[in-house]
Design a protein around this ligand. Structure first.
Ligand SMILES: CC(C)(COP(=O)(O)OP(=O)(O)OC[C@H]1O[C@@H](n2cnc3c(N)ncnc32)[C@H](O)[C@@H]1OP(=O)(O)O)[C@@H](O)C(=O)NCCC(=O)NCCS
Length: 161
């Protein structure tokens, strides 16, 4: 794997359009501008961009939810981090960038936002991403049937923080 110098920063508002372009070029799950803006305003420390020589090559965005504990036996409601979306431009994959974005986002979800666990949805056919999340310590918790618009199922993957 050829390494590359990159840095990870919290997004600034001006960079939202670049993130939207990456999202729309890489993933079929797209969102209106106000959704990005809402995540940026509410959870800025868990909305991160990776840059190579000043160019944004990937992002991760997250939110915080209050719900029942999914893993373990802790009773009641807890704060959960939800990884809403992550994508790296094709030419910049397998260089550790996604791992660093996730590591930093999970650190903020835990230390800034007080989350006890983190979860995400992934297409059951998305082997690279499932492998990627496994390597980051996530496990498959359950399946949501027909979660995606095209009818594909999702795995919900979870990790303690
Ligand atoms: C999934 C994704 C974010 C991974 O980003 P990345 O920067 O390439 O990931 P990393 O380089 O940090 O990879 C870490 C590990 O994940 C696993 N992994 C990553 N891509 C993989 C692939 N294509 N096949 C198998 N394992 C893979 C490997 O174990 C890898 O370690 P290694 O390169 O030392 O073998 C990236 O492939 C991507 O943007 N995919 C398209 C968008 C997408 O599917 N997003 C997730 C939607 S839920």
């Amino acid at each position: 794997m050829e390494r590359v110098e990159f840095r990870v920063d919290e997004i600034v508002e001006d960079e939202i359009p670049q993130v939207i372009r990456i999202n729309e070029s890489v993933l079929p799950e797209n969102y209106p501008y106000y959704f990005y803006e809402m995540l940026y305003r509410n959870y800025p420390k868990a909305f991160l961009v990776a840059k190579v020589g000043g160019k944004i090559v990937g992002y991760v965005m997250s939110r915080v939810e209050h719900s029942l504990h999914m893993s373990g036996f802790l009773p009641g409601f807890i704060k959960k981090g939800h990884i809403v979306s992550i994508a790296i431009l094709p030419d910049y994959r397998r260089k550790g960038i996604g791992t660093e974005l996730m590591r930093r986002a999970m650190e903020s979800l835990k230390n800034v936002y007080g989350c006890k666990e983190v979860y995400l949805e992934v297409r059951v056919s998305n082997r690279p991403a499932i492998e990627f999340y496994h390597k980051l310590g996530f496990r498959i918790d359950h399946v949501i049937k027909r979660y995606y618009k095209d009818g594909e199922d999702a795995y919900v993957m979870v990790r303690e923080l």
